[in-house]
Design a protein around this ligand. Structure first.
Ligand code: EPU
Length: 447
């Protein structure tokens, strides 16, 4: 099976426009020879979902923002390209440090092709609205494993006194004549994106904005810490009530992004599924509590240090029950990875997905082709553990589903070909290098 590029895929269009791949090219894929336990140490990169919020938020700052621990992933490259195209000065100081100065950026529309190729480009709406009082941004793209509405983002902008028009292709937001004013918004669903977008939009708005029923993910705290470092007045991030007192201006400064909770969790699940003993460094163990607890419950040994976690497989995994929840619950972005652990555990495990119901479809069929026994019924998947998986040719349908298939390939007997890897490279820095350092047999090949 060869996967040809679909030109309708905006991300592929972007890759072609940047000469990363040729039109009609056969996409690269990962070839994995499974069954080899993982041993050694790896470093976790900066958090993708913090970086993709902080980079658009630099639009609010007068002066240069030096951002450290930036992950080297395609979602970040695309956001930096968008800012450059809007007139920002972007200087890559080292592989994980970038300096961004948006002082001279005007209120132009960000390139719609780039915007449509990722999800987090919707933060440009909040950033432009907050800085210029108006914004016109194409609707975002990204991993489409489920309907991903933005009505709660819009609810927040309206609470600040904006007028918002949403068509099939664009969001137009602008302040009314009297200008934006701090407001109170109670989110109908706990939304990471809406919480972040409302924080970004309100930082420079006069008065106080209050977000109730806010999301509490670590990257929300990280965004607030970044903005506060630049002079914002945000309190309560990490709780469900966040207060933002508007300031007149933000100034430049330096900030280091937190480690990626989901990247760390992915490697933890990989060791639990495949076997071995790995020290995962540059993590915040507190952010991993829910994942660590679940893996321990399944029989893996998980040892926490100040800024590292060791995971060791000491027995066949036991069955478990997982329900995905907003932070501090079990992350939906770890659903597929823990699902792979369950395909190899004793007994029947269950996952209930409470955030994106259709997320199972992104990887369950592919895992079945590798021998997994999974039955999906509505929001729940019942996974009957089997002694082993076998290699197959599978397709990544989104970032985390792709990560799950890589873990399955590492655990399986024989060769696995993972196609559509551009999804995986949206969010995992140097996946091949890190896994190879742990002794995995994985290569990135072009047909
Ligand atoms: N929702 C609404 N209306 C909105 C916004 C969200 O109904 O206006 C619903 C969604 O449909 C979903 C729930 O609220 O059922 C939560 O969605 P949320 O807004 O929290 O998701 P998101 O901000 O679009 C971020 C991450 C996702 C991650 C989710 C949940 C980024 C760029 N993306 O998405 O990460 O799955 O939070 O934690 O931060 C990934 O990294 O692979 C990824 C998909």
């Amino acid at each position: 099976r060869r996967s040809r590029l679909r030109v309708s895929d905006c991300f592929a269009t972007y890759l072609i426009s940047q000469n990363h791949i040729k039109e009609g090219a056969v996409l690269t894929k990962y070839v994995i020879r499974g069954g080899k336990p993982l041993y050694g140490e790896i470093d976790i990169s900066g958090a993708k979902n913090a970086a993709v919020a902080i980079i658009p938020a630099t639009l609010l700052v007068q002066g240069c923002c030096r951002i450290e621990n930036v992950p080297d992933i395609s979602d970040v490259h695309i956001l930096l390209d968008i800012l450059k195209q809007m007139g920002a000065s972007v200087c890559q100081r080292s592989h994980d440090t970038v300096e961004i100065d948006c002082t001279n950026v005007g209120d132009m529309e960000p390139d719609p092709t780039l915007v449509r190729s990722i999800r987090a480009s919707y933060y440009l709406i909040g950033a432009q609205l907050g800085r210029f009082g108006r914004s016109r941004v194409a609707l975002p793209g990204g991993c489409n494993f489920a309907p991903r509405p933005i009505d709660q983002h819009v609810k927040g902008f309206l609470a600040l006194g904006a007028e918002v028009e949403e068509t099939d292709a664009y969001v137009d937001a602008r302040a009314r004549e009297e200008g934006l004013q701090g407001g109170r918004v109670n989110l109908d669903v706990v939304s990471v994106g809406a919480t972040i977008n409302i924080i970004i939009a309100s930082v420079l708005v006069p008065g106080q904005t209050v977000i109730e029923n806010a999301a509490k993910e670590p990257h929300i705290v990280d965004l607030a810490n970044f903005l506060n470092t630049m002079g914002a007045k945000i309190s309560g991030a990490g709780t469900d009530v966040i207060k933002i007192r508007g300031v007149k201006a933000l100034r430049g400064g330096a900030y280091s992004i937190i480690p990626d909770q989901i990247e760390a969790g992915t490697y933890m699940a990989a060791v639990a599924a495949v076997g071995g003993n790995v020290l995962i460094k540059n993590v915040i163990p507190k952010h991993m509590d829910c994942i660590s607890a679940k893996l321990r419950e399944m029989g893996a040994r998980v040892i926490e240090y100040d800024d590292a976690i060791r995971v060791q497989k000491v027995r066949r995994l036991r069955r478990a029950t997982v329900k995905t929840m907003p932070y501090p619950g079990f992350p939906t972005d770890m659903q597929g990875q823990i699902g792979v652990c369950m395909t190899l555990a004793e007994g029947v495990s269950r996952i209930t997905e409470s955030i994106y119901e259709t997320r199972f479809f992104a990887y369950c069929e592919e895992l079945r082709s590798m021998g997994a026994k999974i039955q999906v019924s509505g929001k729940t998947a019942a996974i009957t553990g089997w002694e082993e998986l076998h290699g197959a040719t599978v397709k990544a349908h989104d970032l985390r589903a792709g990560a799950a298939l890589v873990i399955a390939g590492l655990a399986a007997q024989g060769e696995t070909f993972v196609e559509n890897i551009h999804y995986i490279e949206r969010g995992y820095e140097n996946l091949i290098g890190k896994l190879t350092a742990l002794g995995a047999h994985i290569q990135r090949v072009e047909d």
